[in-house]
Ligand binder design. Structure first.
Ligand code: AN7
Length: 360
């Protein structure tokens, strides 16, 4: 009889990034091995983007498939595990939305109290719904994300509450596993790595992951790192803090990135760049991904594809290149953006002929 474990349908033994990449993470015997099934996200080809750019291959890393719908779960699972290991009973973050959704979910699962500070009026509905559903205490700050992060640092300095923003090094450690998965899947690093940049934790994390694998000779050469910011919130492009960041991509509406130095190091050490894309370019890429590739992402995620599409005219030769774009969050996070598009919804009666006539 066949060994059931040998069947192709057998689930992978390891679930979650702590189990899968334990050897690369700062674990101790006391670190709880927790998981909501984060990581091991799909890497799918996008042929329309290959045609448009002349690249040999473009893959989309669907981080939207993580348990709470964004890449934040990779870092949050480790940050929460470490908070528990350190004896904390509460966690806190400032957030443009996705970090708060992720913190709320892992805290709920582990029985921790969770506080989230969000910029009032500028977080997407789906993310707010998640924080509410998981029972977070939500404080809507009458200011920007940057103001909320300053407050979050001050509060956690004064109280025994773990700060789970990406200034917490465990967040970066967890998020670097995305780079491992890409190299494990492709057999080597891509030539170019494209991603959106807000607070700059994720670009710092991916660069760390590629460098860790390089040190172990698991890849030939790390990719050139290309980060993309929204034009109205592009401090890493101008080199200046943006006091009043503005963009439709609320996830990356950040004027003073906490991991500024990490982003600059990733850019310069890899021979990459950090560039700006307009809100119109973001929305164009958002629609393109949904309609041509069947990938529904949030606007911030589309920024990296918007940026990729600009690279040839900005003088970056993509012919023959292998490219990976990080689709950081789900389109369901921000339904208002999709619903604001001109919709072709036809009212029909309960009548076969009328429905047939309306098929066009
Ligand atoms: C979908 O949730 O900052 O450059 O507080 O939600 O690591 O900040 C979210 C950021 C890209 C930028 N794409 O990543 C938060 C938050 C999505 C995001 C980014 C975010 P970083």
């Amino acid at each position: 009889m066949a060994d059931p474990d040998a069947l192709p349908s057998a689930p992978p033994a390891a679930s979650g990034i702590i189990a899968r990449y334990a050897a690369y993470l700062p674990l101790t015997p006391d670190t709880p091995r927790i998981t909501l099934g984060e990581g091991s996200t799909p890497l799918v080809r996008a042929e329309s983007l290959e045609r448009l750019t002349g690249a040999a291959s473009v893959h989309l890393k669907l981080e939207s498939c993580n348990p709470t719908g964004s890449f934040k779960d990779r870092g949050m699972v480790l940050a929460v595990a470490k908070a528990i290991e350190d004896g904390h009973q509460a966690v806190l973050c400032a957030s443009t939305g996705n970090t708060s959704a992720s913190a709320a979910a892992y805290a709920a699962r582990m029985g921790l109290k969770v506080y989230v500070l969000v910029p009032r009026g500028s977080i997407a509905q789906g993310k707010l719904a998640q924080a509410i559903a998981h029972g977070a205490r939500i404080l809507a700050v009458k200011g920007s994300f940057d103001d909320a992060l300053t407050l979050a640092r001050e509060i956690t300095d004064r109280h025994p509450i773990a700060l789970v923003n990406s200034v917490n090094p465990h967040r970066i450690q967890g998020q670097k596993t995305g780079a491992f998965e890409i190299v494990d899947a492709l057999g080597d690093a891509p030539d170019l790595h494209c991603m959106p940049v807000g607070n700059a934790g994720n670009i710092t994390a991916y660069w760390m992951g590629y460098r860790d694998y390089q040190a172990e000779e698991r890849l030939t050469r790390p990719p050139r790192m290309f980060g993309f910011q929204a034009a109205g919130a592009a401090p890493l492009v101008s080199g200046q803090i943006v006091e009043h960041p503005e963009t439709i991509a609320t996830a990356i509406r950040i004027g003073k990135p906490a991991s500024w130095a990490g982003a600059v190091a990733a850019r310069d050490q890899s021979g990459g760049d950090i560039q700006a894309v307009s809100d119109d370019q973001i929305l164009h890429a958002y629609r393109h991904l949904a309609r041509e590739e069947g990938v529904f992402c949030e606007p911030a995620s589309a920024a990296c594809v918007a940026g990729l599409l600009q690279l040839p005219q900005r003088g970056v030769d993509l012919s023959g290149a292998r490219i990976v774009c990080i689709i950081t969050g789900s389109g369901l996070k921000d339904p208002d953006i999709a619903l604001s598009a001109e919709a072709d919804i036809v009212d029909v009666p309960v009548d076969l002929a009328a429905v047939e006539a309306a098929l066009d």
